[in-house]
Write a protein that binds this ligand. Structure first.
Ligand code: FE2
Ligand code: FE2
Length: 330
């Protein structure tokens, strides 16, 4: 789901959210009212509990309307509708691939946002596994699918966008190194999507601090891998393998990480994958205290951090980011 319509004119109010026409399934009952913007005002187009028909869609196309709106209050009903129909949307040849990527990304973002607000609600954790499965089916379509996801990736840092980025990058890197087993990819993807869930317990003033953290604040921040693992143990839904990236994504190959300072011998292969993409995403997204770095300078910087990352994974991740990368000569 995209951000709230900003109040730029008297005809746009902040109480509506734009959605894609392509996200609505034909002949399926809507769980929410659908509105259109006439140029002057927002008016009701299709009431909830009615199916969205071919006729309703044709009328929109006829009038060149691609963006429709739902009320802010019905965003949860929309989220539920999309999650239920996501596999159909992703398999629909009539929906453009870039739109599929946008719908997948927005749906994942909205779910992680909910999850961070209510991390011990087991239904949210279960939903995140379904979403990871849809993400895997999408990514397994090939490199174009990955590139589409890259195009719509948000480079503004929020824990929820970061979590979605880390999930898609992790699945793509796993595929790049030849992991094709569906269960393994689901376990890795789930751990990657939930890797920072422990940040829901870090006080906001530390999480959003505009300057670097002092020693005591950093000590609190360093607890988030353990907190994340504890939160997920409470719901007891994810597989044992999914806990590793949550607990170990800040550990380093040479033992210089946290919380335990274990080295490569005790790091799970999934943790090594998430460790690489977590740092990459943090470097390449805009933070309150630090501007975003471009892809290749970020990778170069990581190649320079001797002993921190698994060398093969870092090399393969560099290859994944583009054949044109100068770092492919490494
Ligand atoms: Fe983290
Ligand atoms: Fe992270």
């Amino acid at each position: 789901m995209q951000s709230i319509v900003k109040k730029r004119s008297t005809t746009q109010t902040p109480s509506f959210l734009p959605i894609q026409v392509d996200s609505l399934r034909l002949d399926k009952i809507l769980y929410f009212d659908v509105y259109i913007h006439t140029g002057k005002e927002v008016v009701l187009y299709r009431a909830k509990s009615l199916p969205f028909t071919e006729k309703s869609r044709a009328k929109l196309i006829e009038n060149s309307i691609v963006t429709i709106y739902i009320s802010y209050e019905s965003r949860e009903a929309y989220q539920q509708y999309i999650e239920e129909h996501l596999p159909e949307i992703l398999a629909d040849p009539k929906v453009a691939e870039i739109k599929k990527a946008a719908i997948l990304y927005d749906t994942s973002k909205a779910l992680v946002k909910e999850l961070m607000a209510n991390p011990t609600y087991s239904e949210n954790v279960r939903r995140s596994q379904d979403l990871v499965e849809s993400t895997i089916s999408y990514i397994l379509k090939g490199r174009d699918a990955f590139l589409n996801l890259m195009k719509i990736t948000s480079f503004d840092y929020y824990t929820y966008t970061h979590s979605v980025n880390v999930c898609t990058f992790s699945i793509s890197l796993a595929r790049q190194i030849g992991i094709t087993d569906k269960d393994a990819l689901v376990n890795l993807g789930t751990g990657a999507l939930l890797h920072d869930v422990g940040k829901s317990k870090v006080p906001e003033r530390i999480l959003n601090k505009r300057t670097s953290l002092n020693r005591s604040e950093f000590e609190i921040m360093k607890k988030h891998p353990n907190w994340g693992s504890d939160i997920l143990r409470e719901t007891d839904i994810i597989s044992e393998e999914s806990y590793y990236p949550v607990l170990q994504h800040h550990e380093r190959i040479d033992g210089s990480g946290y919380p335990l300072g274990v080295d490569e011998r005790d790091m799970h292969p999934f943790s090594k994958v998430v460790a690489v993409v977590d740092v990459f995403d943090a470097l390449t997204t805009e933070r309150v205290y630090q501007p975003a770095i471009d892809t290749y300078p970020a990778l170069r910087m990581m190649h320079g951090q001797d002993g921190c990352f698994d060398a093969v994974l870092l090399r393969e991740f560099t290859v994944l980011m583009g054949p044109e990368s100068p770092l492919n000569k490494y």
